[in-house]
Design a protein around this ligand. Structure first.
Ligand code: GAR
Length: 190
């Protein structure tokens, strides 16, 4: 049987992407990462993909947003993924893209609380006592798609945004792999 084809979308450091790459390499995930798409030049995640021998596609945002949307869709079409994993990808995908592909996203908050690009900062500013991580299906809204899995992380009075985010990411790296295991098992059965 051919392995499920994963494409990772990421914008920055890529530690969440790395947890997926490692899980595939160690066969914890029965899948192949057929490509990594990044929108930011010089992002650390590009080096991570290169080191793992994964084809990387740099697609920086363009002044013509529609052109960028089509480039993302065309690249995904060529890679023909069974599942796309948005792991620290700081861009909103077009409605056409999210309708065309099965896409999951990892978000550093307990959705529907604190959607958007500053989830950790927003949780601290709101004085929340806990936050966490959500893995959810991507729809055309901002972090509005159906939640698949969540795990909470408590907030302590001394937390800064960086410290709290790092603690959330520890939970995130495990939860994304566990969730992908479940989704890939469903993929094999269907
Ligand atoms: C992760 O916490 C991810 O959930 C978040 O960016 C971080 C990427 O970390 N994504 C979002 O906030 C998207 N709204 P990484 O670069 O170390 O993988």
């Amino acid at each position: 049987m051919t392995k499920a084809r994963l494409v990772i979308l990421a914008s920055g450091n890529g530690s969440i992407a790395q947890s997926i790459i490692d899980a595939v390499a160690s066969k914890v995930l029965d899948a192949q990462v057929v490509g990594l798409i990044c929108d930011k030049e010089n992002a650390q995640v590009i080096e991570r993909a290169k080191s793992a021998g994964i084809s990387e596609f740099l697609i920086p945002m363009k002044s013509d947003r529609k052109l960028w949307d089509s480039e993302i869709i065309n690249t995904l079409e060529e890679l023909s993924p069974d599942l796309v994993v948005s792991a620290g990808f700081m861009r909103i995908l077009s409605a056409e893209c999210v309708e065309r592909f099965r896409i999951v996203n990892s978000h550093p908050a307990l959705l529907p609380l604190f959607p958007g690009a500053h989830a950790v900062r927003d949780a601290l500013a709101a004085g929340a006592k806990e936050t966490g991580v959500s893995i959810h299906w991507v729809d055309s809204g901002v972090d509005t798609g159906e939640v698949i899995a969540q795990e909470s992380v408590s907030i302590s009075a001394s937390d800064t945004e960086v410290i709290l985010h790092e603690r959330i990411k520890i939970a995130e790296r495990k939860l994304i792999v566990a969730t992908l295991q479940t989704l890939l098992a469903d993929h094999v059965r269907s």
